[in-house]
Structure formats: structure tokens, C-alpha cells
Design a protein around this ligand. Structure first.
Ligand SMILES: *Cc1c(COP(=O)(O)O)cnc(C)c1O
Length: 422
């Protein structure tokens, strides 16, 4: 007996492309790329919590785990450490949005860990950026002597050997400034290295690292993919030509995920699908809000004689990098649809940075980013390596004028509490 649950219907992304004679927009694919997994007439995706799945009732149809053809890997479920219906849906949508097969994980760091274990380099060149990834490299150094090299040091880069990793985070935490992927692809090719990118700060539609031949794109899905500050997740997207077959990276990463066990939970997979439906709407709005806010802050700073110019002595964001003004620059090409929704403010003193969050009504004082609600963080709270005058801002989907007025009010109040010596 075949249970009705087993019969999936709905078009795959490829069938949709064929029917329309073109690829559907990102917004449409966010809503429909998983239609082919529909196994029930319910329009809203079901939540499956089962950890285990019935084998075929026909003894002649039983296929042992070790004999499963990688081509058929999606056809049946065995045990949820291998995969589960909710996480498969999440991966189906993201595979379409990111442009390469996606493997999901319990967190961004679980994804980074799985990626380094899979590629198994002797050395990883990595820049500043998200501190947690450095923690994993330290752990691997303890286990097998893996060496960590400094990305922006040419002497260090020259030590890389074939099979090593160049890992680039762009835009970069906490400043929101971008790095040139074409430059690092060229370096990686010269040295025979893999190029991996942490693209968490600029999800689709803001940039497409596969256009630059990146081998694996990593995301902390906790941020924009989740988008509501209520789920941890991590994502690896594999460059399409590296993925297929039994020796391909998709099969390999899944096989290793089964052993490492860092899978995304079923509930998180379900929440993730709900969130991805609005990814494009949210990210565009957050990016536009940020553009307005950063432009306003920069113009106030330039005009002088106001709370912004008194208290903020530096603003960092990819939209303020010199290349952003040139439409033919690497930066404008790499981020054709807008800049990321995170930027940094450097205040006049540590006291100012520490106290600004308490003066704001709409920005919550919390770490993390990517959610619908705007956040600020006195970054010294969670990263001891950054300057103690730095405040990181993650812009949400509120009205930007309200966010502007909140910042203005907050800076005014702060300048009364902690006057700046003039
Ligand atoms: C948050 C974050 C991570 C880690 O992701 P988790 O989901 O918290 O494990 C890695 N890289 C960047 C850029 C991040 O912002």
C-alpha cells in the first residue's frame, strides 16, 4: 500500500522555468520553489515532527541505506538525522534562491564547521569578521594542527597550498563593508585553493557569490533567512558543477552531516519556510531603510552643528566605501540590488557607545541581526576584539523616518547626559 502522504505533487523549479520559458523572479520562487514537495491538499505547509519514517511495506521494494542511489536521495525518508520533510522544503527553496544545491544545519557555525571538515584543508586564510568562525578554526587546530592565516596579509596568503581554503566574509561584520570576490577568486585560482564565502550580511537579492565562481556559499540562516529572531539555522550552498553524483559535494556533505549530526530541527525547518516566503520583501525593505538612514547620518555629519555630527565621528557601511559611487566598480557590480542592512557607528567615546542604546525606543539593545525589528548593539558586549566605541546597527522593516527620528532623539538625549568636550 502506498500511503497518500507519499505522493508528492506540484511543479519543480525546473518545470516552472520550462512552463514560463524563463526563470521566475526571486519573489515567486520564494513562494513556489518547494511546490513539488506538496503531499497534501493543505495550502500551508504541514509540520512533520517524526524522527523516523516507515519503510516500504513491500519486502521486494526494500532498499538498504547503503544502496540508495544519490539520484534518488530525495525520494524517501529514513531517520531525521539524515533529513526530514520540513528541512527538505527549506533546502528546496534556498537551492533555488541561492543558485546551487543547499544543505542545512543547526546553526551558522555548525555549517561553517561542516564545510571545513568536508574540504579538509591544512590552512585557512580568514580575515576579521564574525568571531565564532575563528573559534572553530582554533578547535580544529587543537585536533589536527590546522593553521589559521590572515586574509589581508600577502605574506600569509603566499603560504597557502593547493586544497587550502580562502574564506571571505562579505559584507563584513560588524562594519557592513564589502570585500572584492573577483579579487579573491583570482587569488584562489593562482594558489589552487577553494574559495568559500560567508554571505550572511547580504542575502538574495543583494548579491550572488556564484557569479564569482565561489565554491561554497555559507549563511547563518539565523539572520535574514529566519528573519524574525526566532530560529537558529545554517546553510551551505554548493557551486552547481561541484554538486552532482556519488562523488559530488552534495552527497558528500549530506553523508558527513548524517555523522556529525548538526541537522536543522524540524520546527526550525518549518519556521524557515514560513520566513523565506517574505525574504525578498523584507530584505529589499531593510536595504532601502538602511540606504536612507546611512545617507541621512552621513549628510548630518557633513553639515555639522547637530547631535549626529557632535557624537558620531565615523560611519562604516558598504554604501560609503569610495567604490560605491562608481557604477562600474567591483563593488557596484557585486551588490547590484542594494547594500546590506547592517552598518556601524563609531561614537566619540566608550561612554557614548555604551549609553546610546538606552536612549532608543525602537531599536532593541541586543546582539544578532537580520530580523524584522531593528537592533543596536554596543559591540563590546559580545566581541572583545572590536573598538569599544563601536555601535553596530541592524536595520529592520519599520518606517525609516521613525528610525531616523529615534536615532536623532537618542543622540540628543545622550549629548545632554554625556556632553562632548568641544
Ligand atoms: C551570526 C553569524 C554567524 C554564526 O551563525 P549562528 O547561526 O549564530 O551560528 C556566522 N557568520 C556571520 C557573518 C554571522 O553574522
Amino acid at each position: 500500500m502506498v500511503s497518500p502522504e507519499k505522493k508528492a505533487e506540484g511543479a519543480t523549479a525546473n518545470q516552472l522555468t520550462e512552463a514560463f520559458g524563463r526563470e521566475l523572479s526571486l519573489a515567486s520562487r520564494s513562494v513556489h520553489a518547494d511546490d513539488y514537495t506538496n503531499s497534501h491538499t493543505a495550502v500551508a505547509p504541514p509540520m512533520h515532527v517524526s524522527t523516523t519514517f516507515r519503510y516500504s511495506e513491500n519486502p521486494d521494494e526494500l532498499v538498504a541505506w547503503s544502496d540508495v542511489d544519490p539520484q534518488d536521495i530525495d525520494d524517501f525518508f529514513i531517520y531525521s538525522r539524515e533529513k526530514s520533510p520540513n528541512t527538505v522544503r527549506f533546502e528546496a527553496i534556498l537551492s533555488s534562491l541561492l543558485g546551487g544545491p543547499v544543505v542545512s544545519y543547526a546553526s551558522g557555525l555548525a555549517a561553517f564547521h561542516a564545510m571545513v571538515v568536508f574540504l579538509n584543508p591544512k590552512r585557512v586564510a580568514i580575515g576579521g569578521g564574525y568571531h565564532g568562525c575563528h573559534g572553530i578554526l582554533k578547535l580544529l587546530n587543537k585536533l589536527n594542527g590546522l593553521e589559521q592565516l590572515e586574509l589581508e596579509n600577502d605574506e600569509d596568503l603566499a603560504k597557502l597550498q593547493p586544497g587550502d581554503i580562502i574564506h571571505v566574509e562579505t559584507p563584513l561584520n560588524p562594519t557592513g563593508e564589502a570585500r572584492d570576490l573577483a579579487y579573491y577568486r583570482k587569488k584562489a585560482d593562482e594558489l589552487g585553493c577553494y574559495l568559500t564565502v560567508d554571505a550572511t550580511f547580504a542575502p538574495p537579492p543583494l548579491q550572488d557569490p556564484f557569479r564569482y565562481g565561489v565554491d561554497i556559499i555559507m549563511h547563518s540562516g539565523t539572520k535574514y533567512f529566519g528573519g524574525h529572531s526566532d530560529m537558529l539555522s545554517g546553510v551551505l550552498a554548493i557551486r552547481p558543477d561541484r554538486a552532482p553524483g556519488k562523488d559530488g559535494w552534495l552527497f558528500g556533505l549530506r553523508e558527513e552531516r548524517l555523522v556529525i549530526g548538526g541537522v536543522l530541527g524540524s520546527f526550525e525547518g518549518w519556521l524557515g519556510v514560513r520566513s523565506l516566503r517574505t525574504l525578498e520583501l523584507r530584505v529589499r525593505r531593510q536595504s532601502e531603510n538602511t540606504k536612507h538612514l546611512v545617507e541621512w547620518l552621513a549628510s548630518q555629519k557633513k553639515a555639522g552643528n547637530n547631535p549626529v555630527s557632535d557624537l558620531v565621528y565615523k560611519i562604516q557601511h558598504s554604501s560609503l566605501q569610495p567604490e560605491a559611487a562608481d557604477p562600474d566598480s567591483w563593488l557596484s557590480k557585486q551588490m547590484p540590488n542594494g547594500h546590506g542592512p547592517v552598518f556601524s557607528l563609531w561614537l566619540q567615546s566608550e561612554q557614548h557607545a555604551k549609553r546610546l542604546p538606552s536612549k532608543l525606543l525602537l531599536f532593541h539593545h541586543a546582539t544578532s541581526l537580520g530580523g524584522v525589528e531593528s537592533l543596536v548593539e554596543w559591540r563590546a558586549m559580545s566581541d572583545s576584539a572590536v573598538d569599544r566605541r563601536l555601535v553596530r546597527v541592524s536595520v529592520g522593516v519599520e518606517g525609516w523616518e521613525d528610525l531616523r527620528d529615534d536615532l536623532l532623539r537618542g543622540l540628543e538625549a545622550l549629548s545632554k547626559e554625556v556632553p562632548v568636550a568641544k
